[in-house]
Design a protein around this ligand. Structure first.
Ligand code: NAP
Length: 238
């Protein structure tokens, strides 16, 4: 039986991904802080489901919890780091900036490290991270969120290069969503907001195709391209 772990599966994109993997005959390990939601999701799943309470912002405990989950499941093929947080924080409140960094930067790094060491030991595997279109440029209203997602994309690229240089048979995929209708989609006048189900289907396909990067939904590739080529003085004004 194929096996996948999804960290950040209690709601939103991660939850929908868990359902899609299960409906495609994967045993699924689901992790997050809200154990009650994980347990509820586990009852709906058609395949064997493992739950683990993991707070990625508490690194020492999170490391052991993810290692234990991989041991309990055995021979996990794919690990997806979906856990993330962010705030509209124009006043630059430190506790919100810190929570974003603790979760999206430190928490992501600690989970990616466990996953890579696991895959290096078993000489195969596929690491997937969820960054964001937001990581392409800075933000005036949520600067730490955008910066944290730039970190995620850059870190994943580093791990992909490490795998290539060391001839490790490990795939690394960076998923860049635009806007998805979850608690994370904050702000007014949002456009091109995909349902979490649609986003998860496209993410599942990108993982199956072993893509290096994937824009979710696909039309966000246009925005990504525009962001990349836009001159700084124009970007400052929009
Ligand atoms: N929605 C969008 O428009 C959008 C766009 C671009 C990128 N993304 C990214 O997509 C990912 C999923 O977000 P979503 O949109 O599905 O929002 P969501 O419904 O709020 O899901 C966030 C998930 O992350 C988990 N999480 C948050 N902090 C955690 C922590 N400290 N430890 C462990 N798990 C934690 C949450 O579980 P618990 O609260 O139970 O721990 C939840 O399962 C995030 O990385 C987000 O940045 C979303």
């Amino acid at each position: 039986m194929k096996k996948v772990i999804i960290i950040g599966a209690s709601s939103g994109i991660g939850k929908e991904l868990a359902k899609i993997f299960a409906s495609n005959d994967y045993e699924v390990g689901i992790a997050a802080r809200r154990t009650d939601l994980l347990k509820e999701l586990a009852t709906e799943m058609p395949t064997k489901t493992y739950t683990a309470t993991i707070d990625v912002s508490n690194p020492e405990i999170a490391i052991h919890a993810l290692e234990k989950l991989t041991r309990d499941m055995g021979d996990v093929e794919i690990i997806i780091i979906c856990a993330g947080t962010g705030y509209l924080n124009p006043s630059l409140n430190w506790s919100q900036e810190k929570d974003t960094i603790d979760t999206n930067v430190s928490g992501f790094t600690v989970m990616a490290g466990v996953a890579m060491r696991y895959f290096m030991q078993k000489k195969s595997g596929h690491l997937v991270g969820i960054s964001s279109i937001a990581g392409i440029r800075g933000s005036n209203v949520c600067p730490s969120y955008n910066a944290s997602k730039a970190y995620v994309s850059n870190y994943l690229e580093g791990l992909r290069k490490k795998a290539a240089k060391e001839k490790l048979p490990i795939m690394v995929t960076d998923i860049l969503p635009g806007l998805v209708n979850t608690a994370m989609a904050k702000g007014d006048g949002l456009i091109w907001v995909a349902s979490p189900q649609k986003a998860a289907i496209q993410i599942y396909r990108a993982i199956q195709r072993k893509k290096r990067t994937a824009y979710i939904t696909k039309r966000w590739a246009i925005v990504a391209w525009l962001y990349k080529i836009m001159l700084g003085f124009i970007y400052d004004k929009i």
